[in-house]
Design a protein around this ligand. Sequence first.
Ligand code: P6P
Length: 337
Amino acid sequence: MKKNLTQYLVEQQRTKGTVTADVRLLLETVARACKAIGHAVSKGALGGVLGSLESENVQGEVQKKLDVLSNEILLEANEWGGNLAAMASEEMDTLHRIPEYYPKGDNLLLFDPLDGSSNIDVNVSIGTIFSVLQVPEEARQRDIQEIDFLQAGYKQVAAGYAVYGPQTMLILTVGDGVASFTLDKEMGSWVLTSERLCIPEDTAEFAINMSNMRHWEPPVKRYIDDCLQGVEGPLGKNYNMRWIASMVADVHRILTRGGVFMYPRDKRASVREGKLRLMYEANPMSMLVEQAGGMSIDGVQRILDIQPTGLHQRVGVILGSKNEVARVLKYHTADTN
Ligand code: P6P
């Protein structure tokens, strides 16, 4: 009999002490919300949820109907459980405090409710990314402020994503490796399908949006040029390329078979600090990748060590197979020596 998510989390709580009871309940609530989001996504045109709204989010991006619906599903599911002090989301300008009339807890939940929105209307895999932090001791007797969220990624107590693709899967870490669960849609349960995902240390597959080549900084340009020279080039092997333009889908491929994912900062004003968001995209994905034996940097430093300065701060992201990311790091540090 395969374990389900609850059994996995109870084992983590009781035998390994990696999660507290309230984090376990929080993760089960988030997983339940992801089932509801996946159900809404799967309806597509039949659910009247495709297309865009007139509104824009804090990032200045046009919001898809499903972006807003997914955000509402996560807020409503998590408001009343008693294990959170506040939430933050890509779709909300600022934090969302737990209403006075609900019990509160000492955890903070951050999420990108539906990552890869540009793929929704063309039926390509998308996903939900989430991160759990704890309320700092000094903030536990007062109202939560935005600054209480601004903790380096190594302080996360849990991180994960749901990917809505051919299978609906939940990928989760509580600090003891990375487990994967597949949704049994007949029973409505998340069934444990891998107890410990492991990223191959080497790869010959890179993921980057090549249309941005003219904007890249020199180290990225040199690395990709060397990859494209194949076996005759300095890297001595032929590389393959993938770019799904859904971080969840690209990272899922890397957790499954290795590779290197790159969304580096570049010369465009809007991407000067990077495109992806640190708190609810790069940090949770970096915790997963490191827990699966990979590496995750912004180009020059470990992403999980970055001290955040803003809730919606952007960052360059280069993550995946350890030896390949270390190679990309060398291209960057060689530039500064
Ligand atoms: P581009 C999706 O909008 C996203 O935030 C990530 O999921 C994805 O990796 C990236 O942007 C794709 O960006 O510029 O290739 O469309």
